[in-house]
Design a protein around this ligand. Sequence first.
Ligand code: 13P
Length: 287
Amino acid sequence: MLVNAREMLQKAVKGKYAVAQININNLEWAKAALTTAQEQNSPIILGVTGGAAKYMGSFGTVAAMVKAMDKAMGITVPVAIHLDHGSYDQCLACIEAGFTSIMFDGSHLSFDENLRKTSDMVQLARKNGMTIEAEVGAIGGEEDGVIGNGDIADPTECEAIAKLGVDFLAAGIGNIHGVYPENWTGLDFDILEKIGQVTGGIPLVLHGGTGIPVEMIQKAISLGVAKINVNTECQLAFAAATRKYIEDGNDQKGKGFDPRNLLAPGANAIKQVIKEKFELFGSVGKA
Ligand code: 13P
């Protein structure tokens, strides 16, 4: 059932668990995510980056596919289709395309511009019945092979952005997209706690969910994180299972080359990762 992410995240804050944002990259990803959410009776947020949308055709292609799939599969658990790290124009395109939720990421702009543009987007999201996520303090990640530590968000800036009426807030607390480097120093819980204290209990979002140790996930949830984004881990699991299928020669046996067979182990591997995330984040049975 396609919905915006407001109610599912408010329930998560109250119930001290987190909803998984699983980024989707193609039909297999979307199907694996919807199937697992239904099987586990868990709410889910399907994240779509601009790059993934371009790969699939457009934001409209993704929205139409997810909507049709949700209906055809008889999905009854709450599902939000959410723009991940959107620019101003991408937010507008997703409003047009029928997404139920958007993220406006102005973390790379000056704070004043981030504030102004986020404020505009909050009004537009409201008008269209959508939820909106904003970001303060850029999330780190790999760029041209260089791994940088994520920025640490300024709690005062988080407070100002939260006051605009955003539904949930991503704040950099040392989290990074992709695989964490050996020398990663971990999440900054002092900052997370301060951000939680000044943002009036709005759901906080933890990006870079791949590879964060269990105790850190649990602590983050206890401090107000109610949405955790995962992308790379599903990609790694998909690639490993597909590699094994081919290395075992299965594509050369019978109809093993049929994409419906060839991609099945990868899709099952994604389902397994998602199930583990639901269990770890505590959202099983919370639909
Ligand atoms: P990972 O790819 O590190 O799991 O991060 C996903 C994410 O934060 C999407 O916004």
